[in-house]
Design a protein around this ligand. Sequence first.
Ligand code: NAD
Length: 540
Amino acid sequence: MNAQNPASAGGPVVEGPRDPEHDPRASYALEPEYVAALTERLVATGGTTAEVRSPLNDAPLAHVPQSTPADVVEAFARARRAQIGWARTPVEARQRALLRLHDLVLDRQDEIIDLIQWETGKARKHAFDEPLHVALTARYYGRTAARHLATTRRPGVVPVLTRVEVNRVPKGVVGIISPWNYPFDLALIDGIAAIAAGNAVVAKPDAQTVLSALLGAELLEQAGIPRELWQVVAGDGAEIGGAIVERADYVCFTGSTATGRLIARGCADRLIGCSLELGGKNPLLVLRDADLEKAAEGAVRASFSNSGQLCVSMERIFVADQVYDRFVERFVARTEALTLGSTLEWGNDMGPLISRQQLDTVTAHVDDAVAKGARVLTGGHARPDLGPYFFEPTILEGVSPEMTCFGRETFGPVVSLYRFHDEADAIARANGGEYGLNASIYSQDGARARFLARHVKAGTVNINEAFAATFASLDAPMGGMRESGTGRRQGAEGVLRYTETQSVATQRLIRFGPQLGMSDEAYAKVMNANLRLMKKLGRA
Ligand code: NAD
C-alpha cells in the first residue's frame, strides 16, 4: 500500500494537516473564534471544558464546554417550549426548511468536510459521504414527510356510519445520542426525520466530535428551523446521555451494542420507545458466478471505508471455492494499492483510526488472531510513522472461533476470509453470531442472489454492492436485526417511529347498544346476525 507520510515524505503531492501559521484554510478549524461560535450553541453552564485533539496529528483542536445534568434539564425545557409552536407549523413549511438545509449542506460542504476530517482523521472521500448523505436525507424527508404523516381513513365498524381517521401525532422531544464515526451524518439524519414529524430534539454527540454536530445545528437554524428546537449538550456518555434517557419522549441511539442495551433498559423503565442502531460483524459473500473485479473492488470499499470504522462495513468475506484464489489475488492487490495519509486533501484512501483506544482494540484483535494461527495476507501492523493512530488495511486467513475477531466487532480495517463449498453452508456461517446489520452478495445471477438474501439475517442486503445501495436508498428502511438493533431509520418507518398514532372515530345516526326499546337479548341476536353477514361479505 502507498503511504503518504506528512512527517517524512515531504514531496509536493504529500501534505500533512495544514499548518495554521502558513495555511489560512487551516486556521479556521483551529481558530478559537470559530470554535467559540460553534460551542456557544451548547447548553453548558458547568464551567468545565474538555480538550479535543485531532487524530490527524494528535494536536489540540478545541476546548469544548461540558454540560451538567441541570443543563440537560434546561435543554429539555427549551426544546419543549419550542416544540409546541413547531408541531403547529404546517408540515409543508417544515419540508421547505429541510429542502433549504439540503442546499446549505452542499454549499458549505468544504467547511463541513474539513471539520469532520479534523475531528475524526478520516480520508476526505469518506468525509464527503457525510454531507452527501445528510443532503439526501434532507431532500427525501423534504419531499415525502407530508405523505408519510398524512391522516389516513380506515374502515369503521359500521360501514358508512362509523368514520375512522388515524392521525400521526409527534412524540414531543426526541433524544438523539450519536457516535464519533460519522459525526455530522449521524448527528443529523435521525433528527431530521424527528423534526419533520413535528418533534424537538435534544442531541448528545460523542465527546470527540461535538463540533461537527454543532455545525449541523447551525445549518439547521440557517435553514429556518427555530434555534430552540434543536438543543445540543456535551459531556460524559453515562451522565449526560443518561440524563437524556431520563427525560426524552423517545430516544434514538446509534453506537455500540453494550451501550444500546443500557439505553433500552432505561427506556423500558420509563415506558418510552427507542430505536437502536448498533454494531455488526457484517458478511460479504462472493458466489462462484460473481464478477471478481467488481467483487474485489466492492470488498475493498466494504472493508476499509473510514478505516473500517463504519457500522455497515464488512469484517467477514465468504468466497466460493471455485473462485477463491482468483478473488483473493485481486482483493489483496487492490488493498495493497490503497493510499494511506493524514492530509485534508482528496486522494487518500484511508486515514488513521480515531483514537488510541481504537488502535489498541484493532492491534489486540490482529495480535490475538496471529498468535492463535491466523495468516496475514497483507497489512497487520500499526503505522506510527504515518500518524498517531494508523493501522494498515489488513486481510486475515485461517481465522477460527477461538480468536476474538471471529465473532466480535473489530471496528477497524481488518477483514477475515473464509472459503465455502456450498451456498447453504455459506449462509449458515454468515448468519453465525449475534449480529444482523448488513450483508452483501456478489453474483451475476440477480434473481438467485435476491432469493438467497431472504435467508440472510441482516436488516439490509446489498447485491453486487457493499453497503451504499441500501444506505443511500432513502425510501427503504435501514437498521439491524438481532443484536444490531431495533427500529429503522429511513423511509416511512424512519419518520413514523417519532409519532404516536391517534385513532379518531366519528359515529353517525346509530349508537352502540339496543335501539328503540329493543331488549338486550334481541340486540345480541341482531349483532350475531350482523357478524355472520359481514364475514360473508368479506369484511376484514
Ligand atoms: P458507544 O456506545 O460507546 O457511544 C455512542 C454514544 O453513546 C456516544 O455519544 C457516547 O457518549 C454515548 N454513551 C456512552 N455511554 C452511554 C450511556 N451509558 N448512556 C447514554 N449514552 C452513552 O459507541 P462508539 O464506540 O462511540 O461507536 C461505535 C459503535 O457504534 C460500533 O459498535 C458501531 O458498529 C456502532 N455504530 C452503529 C451504527 C448503526 O447505524 N447501526 C452507526 C455507527 C456506529
